[in-house]
Ligand binder design. Structure first.
Ligand SMILES: Nc1ncnc2c1ncn2[C@@H]1O[C@H](COP(=O)(O)OP(=O)(O)OP(=O)(O)O)[C@@H](O)[C@H]1O
Ligand SMILES: [Mg+2]
Length: 288
């Protein structure tokens, strides 16, 4: 399996759309861009000993809150500020099973060879998605099948990040996790900034709902008109993550075969019923 899951030249239209699709407070987006740009700039000007910035941003939060999508959008934004850049997504799951003792070597190679080689031509923004796989918490490892190997893989990731941030200053790492407790504390401590992304608030939910209704309304105009019931939809979707909310609004059309065939027949009650069911499923999952 290839450890590079995706490699793309930025800026990119797709990534720009990803940034716009995620509804979070504007201050969160601004902070992320500013932090990334500052980090790149500081590391060009000062030594690590003077200004210890690792060029690592972590986005933490529950599943479906838009972390991965936002990370891709962020890469695009950064590219626009610095001119051009490339996006590299690593697949931590492809690093070989730690039971084969392969992980440690492969992790080292990524940070000492793969990323530096890519970053020779232009700044590289590297997404470490689900970073708990790459840098699992060493303190919790006693429960695992092969704690020694996993321990070494985390050591290698930390050493690799240290090497990268000192020697290759035109790289920036964005890591995501929905399980921060499983991430090694030494990695969290290396982050220049940790953004906790939570479920969308009422304002963000309203934007998501309007977004979906406008999109569907382009095909089925009567569905678009349901936006008059926005306030009720926002209330019914309290606590829901963005992924579930987008799905629920769309799934209202699956309330019957008839509405599935012709979504113009969806009523606001159908949407509310679907939202309520989706919200109770979310509660069940949380309790589990
Ligand atoms: N705040 C939000 N605003 C709008 N859409 C959202 C939001 N959060 C999630 N979504 C929708 O959910 C989809 C999935 O988001 P994404 O995969 O980025 O979440 P994630 O936080 O990385 O989840 P996981 O932890 O499960 O990997 C997005 O493509 C988007 O359609
Ligand atoms: Mg994700």
């Amino acid at each position: 399996m290839d450890v590079i899951a995706e490699h793309k030249q930025l800026p990119s239209k797709d990534f720009e759309a990803a940034w716009d699709a995620i509804k979070v407070d504007a201050s969160v987006k601004e902070r992320l861009v500013a932090q990334a740009v500052l980090s790149l700039q500081m590391r060009q000007k000062f030594s690590f000993e003077q200004v210890p910035m690792h060029g690592l941003i972590i986005m933490s939060g529950p599943p479906g809150t838009g972390k991965t999508t936002l990370a891709r959008g962020l890469a695009d934004k950064i590219a626009k500020v610095v001119g051009k850049a490339q996006y590299v997504q690593l697949d931590a799951h492809a690093l070989g099973s730690s039971s084969l003792g392969k992980s440690q070597k492969e992790v080292s190679k990524i940070f000492s060879q793969t990323i530096p080689e890519l970053a020779m031509s232009m700044p590289a923004i590297v997404l470490l998605d689900e970073v708990e796989t790459l840098a699992a918490d060493r303190q919790r490892m006693s429960l695992e099948a092969n704690p020694i190997d996993a321990h070494r893989a985390t050591d290698a990731a930390l050493a690799g990040i240290d090497l990268l941030c000192r020697k290759h200053r035109n790289t920036l790492l964005i890591a995501t996790t929905n399980y921060p407790k499983a991430v090694d504390r030494a990695l969290l401590s290396r982050a220049d900034w940790i953004e906790d992304i939570g479920p969308p608030n009422a304002e963000a939910r309203a934007e998501i709902i309007l977004d979906v209704l406008a999109l569907l309304g382009g095909q089925w105009p009567k569905l678009g008109l349901l936006k008059s019931q926005l306030a009720a939809f926002v209330k019914a979707s309290e606590g829901m993550d963005g992924r579930r909310l987008r799905k629920a609004i769309t799934s209202a059309a699956a309330i019957s075969i008839e509405t599935a065939k012709d979504p113009n027949k969806v009523t606001s009650k159908d949407v509310l019923d679907t939202l309520k069911r989706a919200a109770s499923q979310a509660d069940l999952e949380e309790a589990a």
